[in-house]
Design a protein around this ligand. Structure first.
Ligand SMILES: *Cc1c(COP(=O)(O)O)cnc(C)c1O
Length: 440
């Protein structure tokens, strides 16, 4: 099979490396975990990405989550264009901010008030500050392998690219910043019981990805979520769901809605929810919201400071509103479930035939193919995956026009723009890629 020509990509990336650290503006985009150079992209359309050499790829990254409608959805483009002609930013309240807030509140029963920011990182940083300000306590519990953005105090065994780069504690984060962060294993019920027994009255909040995407896709157990709610209630700590990735992705109402539809009634609802990615429709948006009595502590209605020059930016709000309305009025979720299941079942069947040890883990249109012998339930089990085999699979797929996340410890995404033939094309490529790695 002839390999795609990537001459311009190589030149463009070398040029970037001279002026941008590592040639990228976010480390997840570097191909550190799979070797080789990232492709430099020129444009996207629907389910496809095109690099600067003109090669076409079926895109399963979707900008790492936001693009649930695919690239350039017409209604979103139109909304942004309309907003653009009215002025890009005012530094004053606008109606669009309220409209997006209302859409979020209607989608998530646990959210009564919401504040807009410009990234998921900013939103989780603000949620942590709010939990501390509200409770008057300092300690935060997080889980190994969960990523909440590059917030200093949460860069403790963060998942995502922090794992891949092997910097669980980044230089530049003072020990004082993480001293009050307790990092536990995901799904470890006894671990959280022990932590609350020792530190319960010092814990301001517990933050988690309610379905994890950032160590690859990992489901919580019902017992784990129920125990988190019980213990945080008992000790007066806040429970914070980071739904930056899962919000409007695994269901319109996020993981919270999925759990409800599974009948997991004993897990309750989070006090605060962190959002980003889809909520900005491909433009930079984050948001955090939750119980009104907690949110009223945010300045200027309360004492917990948080601000942003471009927060609630009109273009970003327009993209978010158009995206959520499209998702609300023409829900793609049933079809996403169906085609992603077909994709994952097809991958599993082809891997099994060739005796390739694997786990496919999926929530709606989010999925990870782990080259692992045992199911992945936490960060420790994620690290058992064969990352060298993943790297070979990644490139074998790339050479066949399938663009996957460039790390074993990431979720891949199917969008509403993916067609049945796209799935078939992906499975054909996977069959050849599996054969290639099985014989390697
Ligand atoms: C992507 C992500 C973030 C960080 O969002 P940014 O917009 O990249 O700052 C936080 N939490 C989760 C769960 C994410 O997936």
């Amino acid at each position: 099979m002839p390999k795609p020509v990537r001459v311009r990509s190589r030149e463009a990336f070398e040029r970037a490396c001279r002026v941008i650290p590592g040639g990228v503006n976010s480390p997840a985009r570097a191909f550190g975990a799979v070797g080789g150079q990232p492709l430099v992209m020129a444009r996207g359309k629907g389910a496809y990405l095109y690099d600067v050499d003109g090669n076409e790829y079926v895109d399963y990254v979707g900008s790492w989550g936001p693009l649930i409608l695919g690239h350039c959805p017409p209604k979103v483009m139109q909304a942004v264009e309309e907003a653009l002609h009215e002025g890009s930013t005012f530094g004053a309240p606008t109606e669009r901010e309220t409209e997006l807030a209302e859409l979020i509140i209607d989608a998530l029963p646990s959210v009564e008030m919401v504040r807009m920011v410009s990234s998921g990182t900013e939103a989780s940083m603000a949620a942590i500050r709010l939990a501390r300000g509200f409770t008057g306590r300092d300690m935060i519990v997080k889980f190994a392998g969960c990523y909440h953005g590059h917030v200093d105090s949460l860069l403790v065994q963060a998942g995502s690219s922090a794992t891949t780069l092997g910097v669980p504690n980044s230089p530049g984060v003072p020990a004082g910043c993480t001293r009050d962060t307790l990092c536990l294993q995901y799904n470890d019920v006894q671990g959280i019981r022990d932590a609350f027994e020792v530190h319960g009255d010092r814990i301001a909040g517990v933050i988690l990805e309610p379905i994890v995407g950032n160590m690859g896709l990992v489901w919580p157990t019902r017992e784990f979520l129920a125990e988190l709610r019980r213990l945080t209630d008992k000790h007066g700590s806040l429970l914070i769901y980071d739904e930056v990735m899962t919000g409007f992705r695994v269901a319109y109402g996020g993981a919270q809605q999925v759990f409800k539809s599974l009948g997991w009634d004993d897990i309750g609802l989070p006090d605060l929810t962190v959002l980003g990615k889809i909520v900005g429709g491909g433009l930079p948006v984050g948001a955090y919201g939750g119980r009104a009595d907690v949110m009223r502590k945010v300045s200027p209605s309360g004492p917990v400071f948080q601000a942003g020059t471009l927060s609630g930016n009109p273009l970003a709000m327009a993209a978010g509103i158009a995206t959520l309305k499209q998702l609300r009025d023409h829900p793609p979720y049933a079809r996403l479930e169906q085609i992603t299941a077909r994709l994952c079942d097809g991958l599993a069947e082809r891997a099994r035939k060739l005796g390739i040890s694997h786990q496919i883990q999926r929530a709606g249109s989010m999925w990870t193919l782990f080259f692992a012998a045992e199911p992945v339930t936490d960060y420790r089990s994620a690290l058992q995956a064969d990352t060298r085999r993943f790297a070979r699979f990644f490139w074998a797929m790339m050479d066949r026009g399938i663009y996957l996340p460039c790390s074993q410890f990431e979720a891949a995404f199917v969008s509403a723009a993916h067609s049945d033939p796209d799935i078939a094309r992906t499975l054909d490529a996977a069959e050849q890629a599996f054969a290639e790695i099985a014989s390697a």
